[in-house]
Design a protein around this ligand. Structure first.
Ligand code: PMP
Length: 443
């Protein structure tokens, strides 16, 4: 398998030639929060795949829901007015649970095309409102909003954003709220004030009637699990309302119990104009994403389009099998999974907090089952772990050898997003194996 992978399977993010030494790690099976590799080695999956297997692996009821739907009706297009029962029911169930008036759901295949779709819907909205000149988009440094060709422009991680020659001069960034390394210091009110001022200044510089939308993750995930101070989302939402800019909350990671409730926006006490989700929606069992639209936005687009269709759609949008899985996963969340996630999340955060005494640990942050540990070589100076001497891949490999899957980011940040079904023993194993990995890194 390793030979075949090397010859034929492209892994751009792991680098084209990156598997040369180690070869790919092949997973063979999984159950609960435990994954088993092709050699039979068992590991606790501290990252739920790619922040997505929120329900954990091996849920027979999810398999049954998918199988039933595959037998009954494996496909129905949502393209020209056809539909399927699970997709319609899932849209209705989601709308009922979404914050405020986010009552309209557009299904995609994942998070990137969910974000990409919002760019298009935002443009339709402003054209319908007679302001086509609003074509500038603002997002945040360290943000990640997917890897589609256009949407990647909102992503502020250079590896995803730059290097392939697509002009992104209509997409702009403001500095992150990154508390641990913020030029304004760690005071929450100062951080909020700085972000608000930065957004205002950016809008002013671009022209008050030129900005179409602002994108924010309730917690910046791929940028290193950067948790904004309480009140930050609310303050940014208010500025957008005041300046008449659409506010898009990208909940692709934070949605579906990752931080506690079904949606992080609920905890942040905001209702965005759009909310993008994916990952936990189907818990990674099958691909699906969902864009939520408010009544206010949807009505403008729908009224302007009138009897004519808005030209946007994917072959696999509202896929009945994905929707059937989504419905069952939603049932699981509400039958104990969310609750267990809150309990396990508290144990995870307490365990990681206790690692602060380790010489390499500079910062510990997170909310619910989404957390990070930032490694430094000098706690006082917050000197980052030198990437050349201690590449992320080596920390990842060491954790793997210790029976733990975590995300090791390039800048010495370890990411945690375990399945919400974790038992106390799973969480304790994550903490204990992290400590062992850090001790070995110190050596
Ligand atoms: N937005 C955010 C906030 C994400 O974290 C991700 C994926 N990590 C995406 C969008 C893109 O989602 P996908 O990988 O499903 O295309």
């Amino acid at each position: 398998l390793i030979e075949l992978d090397r010859a034929h399977l492209v892994h751009p993010v792991a680098s084209y030639r990156g598997h040369e030494k180690q070869g790919v790690r092949v997973l063979a099976s999984a159950s609960g929060a435990t994954v088993t590799d092709a050699s039979g080695k068992q590991l606790v999956d501290g990252f739920a795949g790619l922040w997505c297997v929120n329900a954990g692996y091996g849920h027979e009821s999810i398999v049954e829901a998918a199988t039933r739907q595959l037998r009954e009706l494996p496909y129905a297009t949502a393209y020209f007015g056809l539909g399927s029962e699970p997709a319609i029911r899932l849209a209705a169930e989601l709308a009922e649970r979404a914050p405020g008036d986010l009552n309209h759901v557009y299904f995609t295949l994942g998070g990137s095309d969910a974000v990409d779709s919002t760019i298009r819907f935002v443009r339709y909205y402003w054209i319908a409102r007679g302001q086509p000149q609003r074509d500038q988009f603002i997002s945040i440094e360290q943000g990640y909003h997917g890897s589609s060709t256009v949407g990647a422009g909102l992503t502020a991680l250079p590896a995803f954003h730059a290097g392939f020659g697509v002009p992104f001069d209509w997409q702009h960034k403001i500095p992150s709220h990154y508390a641990y390394r913020n030029p304004v210091g760690e005071d929450p009110q100062a951080i909020i004030a700085a972000s608000v001022a930065a957004l205002r200044a950016k809008v002013e510089a671009l022209g008050p009637d030129r900005v179409a939308a602002f994108y924010a993750e309730p917690i910046q995930g791929s940028g290193g699990v950067l948790v904004p101070p309480k009140g930050w989302m609310k303050a940014m939402r208010e500025v957008c309302r005041e300046l008449d800019i659409l506010f898009i909350a990208d909940e692709v990671i934070t949605g579906f119990g990752r931080t506690g409730p079904l949606f992080a926006c609920t905890e942040d006490e905001i209702v965005p104009d759009f909310m993008t989700t994916a990952k936990g929606l189907t818990s990674g069992y099958v691909p699906m994403g969902a864009v939520f639209m408010s009544d206010r936005v949807y009505d403008v687009i729908a009224d302007a389009a009138g009897a004519s269709a808005v030209g946007h759609g994917y072959t696999y949008s509202a896929h009945p099998v994905s929707a059937a899985v989504g419905l069952e996963v939603l049932r699981l969340y509400e039958n104990g999974l969310l609750e267990n996630g809150v309990k396990a999340g508290a144990r995870l955060m307490a365990g990681l907090e206790a690692l602060r005494d380790h010489p390499l640990v500079g910062d510990v942050r997170g909310r619910g089952m989404l957390a990070a540990v930032e490694l430094v070589v000098d706690k006082q100076k917050k000197t980052p772990l030198p990437a050349a001497a201690e590449p992320a891949r080596r920390i990842f490999d060491r954790a793997w050898d210790n029976g733990l899957v975590i995300r090791a980011f390039a800048n010495g940040i370890l990411g945690y997003a375990p399945p919400l079904c974790c038992t106390d023993a799973d969480i304790d194993a994550i903490i204990e194996r992290t400590r062992r990995t850090l001790d070995q890194t110190l050596e």
